[in-house]
Structures are given as structure tokens and as C-alpha cells.
Design a protein around this ligand. Structure first.
Ligand code: CTP
Length: 411
């Protein structure tokens, strides 16, 4: 499974002949939807030019300190990256990383970043086998760095042995695997996303500004966590994520029907859609004509999909959203109780926040707890949210298992 869509991959290229394979890796990463930025060591440009990586990644390439004109580019990149992969990682680069040096831009980015670091060693087999390299690799591994390869075989220098950089396909897979936590393996998840459209007449509707980005990012994150996912989506301008079932709906009633038809086969329900609260009471069959006088529109409430699911006797673990303009915590806890759901993810909207933007921040509230997910891109926030949901879901699941066990044994 490829999990690379919208992932921010920082590729570090150090000076080895295998650097030419990294160009192909960038091409494939882009083809799989990843966002790629490249940082080269000065020695790497002896093997492949920055222009090659610029053309393939679509982003300017940074190399020496002189490319960091503001002095902050290395920090910005360190924060930007979801993963850092150094490929090829020469013996010298591994040594510098092991020592925690910041003597060039790439080493400084690796040192400054919280993102998981992966390295793909590439060097002569003698250098790979040397005790110094073994010790550096062991130290890096101990610190949580993922060592990808090397492969064995014929080397550029004519030697045969371990030290060849893994092929781009294997590195692509390693990156993809690194995003899949499998915390929701075997769990059936249903996610609602996007706005709904409530018809006024055959050509007009009431709707809202929801872009669907949050719901889609959650569906993707749940898929990456190993869940089998059904996404029920209102009309949005987003591509259906791969590897999951996507059902398009238009109105709140359509969404309700699509959800209720599948809810019996669902363990976890995440309602991220901005469903209408009201719809025109009597949508006109023909286009409403303009009149000179003022007009009013009778509205009727629509069924709350989330509350309906939460009220079922056999029901999934339920997570809802709350968009508030003030008193976030109080409104979120009240909404959680009113809807009878396990968790509410609340955010402040208005003033350019929330709906149409690419990033967001969330307050998660549940019975007896809460946590804050600070401002981040919607895909990253979705991964953190899914992680938190997975924790609460497994606690609940374990509690149910142990109470069933208890009931059986005390009967
Ligand atoms: N929701 C739903 N069906 C509706 C309305 C809302 O499933 N007809 C879900 C949304 O997907 C979201 C949560 O309920 O998870 C939002 O609750 P809602 O009461 O609509 O909150 P707000 O939109 O924040 O509005 P208000 O503050 O007016 O209650």
C-alpha cells in the first residue's frame, strides 16, 4: 500500500555515485503524490546537479550554507518535513549524523528536526564493514534512526559485497511503510466529510464553506493506520483517496441514508461532515422566479446523523466535530454529552480559521479528559487525531473484553 499522498519528504543527498538513483526516487515520490524537498551536500553535486533535483521535485534545492540566505531555511525545512530520508548516506555522512554535527545544511536539518530519520547507506563494502561505520550505524539505530539497507552485490568500484544503496522502489516502500502505524488494523471505520447541499429549487441550494479537507485527511489517516474505511462525502473538489470506499452524496438526507445503510458494519464512526442543520421545508419543483417583493424561506430541521448513529442500540464508537466561535471547551463538552458520543474534536471558526484553510488546530474532549492538538497542516493533524482516537478506541475495546470476560466467569 502506498501512503505517500501529501506526505512531506525531505530527501538528503550526500556524495556517492548512488546519487543518480535518488533522482529516480524523487520522480517516483512525486508520482505517488508526495511533496519533496531536496537538500544536497556540497560533495553530492559532484555526482548529480541541483538542477536535476529542482526539475524533478519542482522545488529549489538547498546545498551549502550560502543557500540559506535568511539563516532560517534549515529550521523551516526541519519543521516542514514529515520524514527525512538521507539517500545515499555515505560513510562520512553517517559519521557526522552519529556525532550530531551541524557542519553543513543537511546535517543541521537532521539535527533540528523532530521528523523520523531514515538513512540509506551507500559505500564501498570495506567502508561498510569497518568497525567505525558499524559503531556509527549501531548508535544511529539505537537513537531510532531507521537504517534502510544496504543491499549486497557488485559495486561501482568493482568490489562485491554489502554497501549498495537500496533501489528506489525499495526506498519508496520503506517510506510508505513508515507512515502505516497499523493501530487500527482490522477496524471498520466510516467517515463523513464535506458539506451538504439542500435544494431550494432545481438550480439553487443552501450549503456551507466546508472543503472536505479535514474529513478526507482523516479517512486517509485511518486507512494508513490499517483500518478499512468507508468515506461518505458531500460535494467537494477533492480526489477520492485510494484504497478506500468513497460514496458521494448531496443532501443531509442522502448522507443519513448512506450512513444508516452501512452503520451495522462499522466499528468506529467519525462525523467530520458539515451537515446542514436546516433545509428548505418545501423545495420548489420549478425554478423560483424573481419577484419585486421581499420573500422568506421556510426551513425545517434535518436529522442529526451523528446523534442518530450514537442513539443506536448496537452502535460504533462515535467521534464528532464542533465548530465554535467562542468558549471552545465548554461548548465541546456540552456537545459531547448532548450527542452522546465518545469524543468531540472542536475548533474555532470564523476570521479565516477552520473551514477553507489548509491548516487547523483542535481541542479533543472525551469523558474525563482532553488534549490540545496545536496548529498544523490538516493531514498531520488528522494523523494525530486518528492516533488519539485509536488509543481511546482500544481502551474501550479492552474494557468491553474484560467486562465480558468478567460476566462470563462470574455467571
Ligand atoms: N452532524 C451530523 N448531522 C447533522 C448535523 C451535524 O452528523 N445534521 C455532525 C457533524 O458531522 C459534526 C457534529 O455533528 O460531527 C456537529 O454538530 P452540530 O450540532 O451541527 O454542531 P455545530 O455545527 O458546531 O453547530 P451548533 O454549534 O449550532 O450546534
Amino acid at each position: 500500500m502506498k501512503n505517500l499522498s501529501q506526505k512531506r519528504i525531505l530527501l538528503g543527498v550526500s556524495g556517492g555515485i548512488a546519487a543518480y538513483k535518488s533522482a529516480e526516487l524523487v520522480r517516483r515520490l512525486r508520482a505517488d503524490g508526495a511533496l519533496v524537498r531536496v537538500v544536497m551536500t556540497v560533495n553530492a553535486s559532484e555526482f548529480v546537479t541541483a538542477r536535476t533535483f529542482h526539475a524533478l521535485s519542482g522545488e529549489p534545492v538547498l546545498s551549502g550554507w550560502s543557500d540559506d540566505s535568511s539563516g532560517m531555511a534549515h529550521i523551516e525545512l526541519a519543521r516542514w518535513a514529515d520524514r527525512i530520508l538521507v539517500a545515499p548516506a555515505t560513510a562520512n555522512t553517517l559519521a557526522r549524523l552519529a556525532q550530531g554535527r551541524a557542519d553543513d545544511l543537511l546535517a543541521a536539518v537532521c539535527l533540528a528536526s523532530d521528523a523520523p530519520l531514515m538513512v540509506a547507506p551507500a559505500m564501498n563494502q570495506g567502508m561498510w564493514r569497518h568497525a567505525a561505520t558499524r559503531a556509527n550505524v549501531a548508535l544511529l539505530r539505537e537513537r531510532g534512526v531507521q537504517i534502510c539497507g544496504p543491499a549486497e552485490g557488485e559495486q561501482a568500484c568493482g568490489d562485491v559485497g554489502p554497501g549498495r544503496m537500496l533501489e528506489p522502489q525499495a526506498l519508496l516502500q520503506a517510506l510508505s511503510d513508515s507512515f502505516s502505524s497499523m493501530r487500527l488494523a482490522g477496524v471498520k471505520v466510516m467517515v463523513t466529510a464535506g458539506p451538504t447541499r439542500e435544494a431550494l429549487d432545481p438550480v439553487r441550494f443552501l450549503s456551507n464553506r466546508s472543503s472536505g479537507k479535514t474529513g478526507y485527511a482523516i479517512a486517509r489517516a485511518a486507512r494508513e493506520a490499517g483500518a478499512s474505511v468507508t468515506l461518505i462525502s458531500g460535494p467537494v473538489a477533492l480526489d477520492a483517496p485510494s484504497g478506500l470506499q468513497c460514496i458521494g452524496v448531496e443532501s443531509a438526507q442522502d448522507m443519513l441514508e448512506a450512513v444508516m445503510a452501512r452503520v451495522s458494519d462499522c466499528d468506529l464512526f467519525i462525523a467530520a461532515a458539515a451537515v446542514a442543520d436546516y433545509r428548505p421545508a418545501e423545495p420548489a419543483q420549478q425554478k423560483i422566479k424573481k419577484r419585486a417583493t421581499a420573500s422568506s424561506l421556510p426551513l425545517e430541521p434535518v436529522t442529526d446523523v451523528l446523534a442518530r448513529v450514537a442513539a443506536l442500540q448496537r452502535r460504533p464508537f462515535c467521534v464528532g466535530f464542533a465548530a465554535e466561535t467562542e468558549q471552545l471547551e465548554q461548548h465541546a463538552q456540552r456537545k459531547r454529552l448532548r450527542k452522546g458520543v465518545e469524543m468531540i474534536a472542536a475548533n474555532l471558526v470564523g476570521g479565516g480559521r477552520g473551514f477553507d484553510s489548509d491548516d487547523n488546530e483542535l481541542l479533543l474532549v472525551w469523558e474525563g479528559g482532553q488534549c490540545w492538538l496545536p496548529r498544523d497542516s490538516k493531514p498531520r493533524l488528522a494523523r494525530q487525531l486518528v492516533d488519539k482516537i485509536a488509543t481511546l478506541y482500544s481502551q474501550r475495546f479492552n474494557k468491553e473484553i474484560s467486562s465480558e470476560h468478567h460476566a462470563k466467569h462470574s455467571a
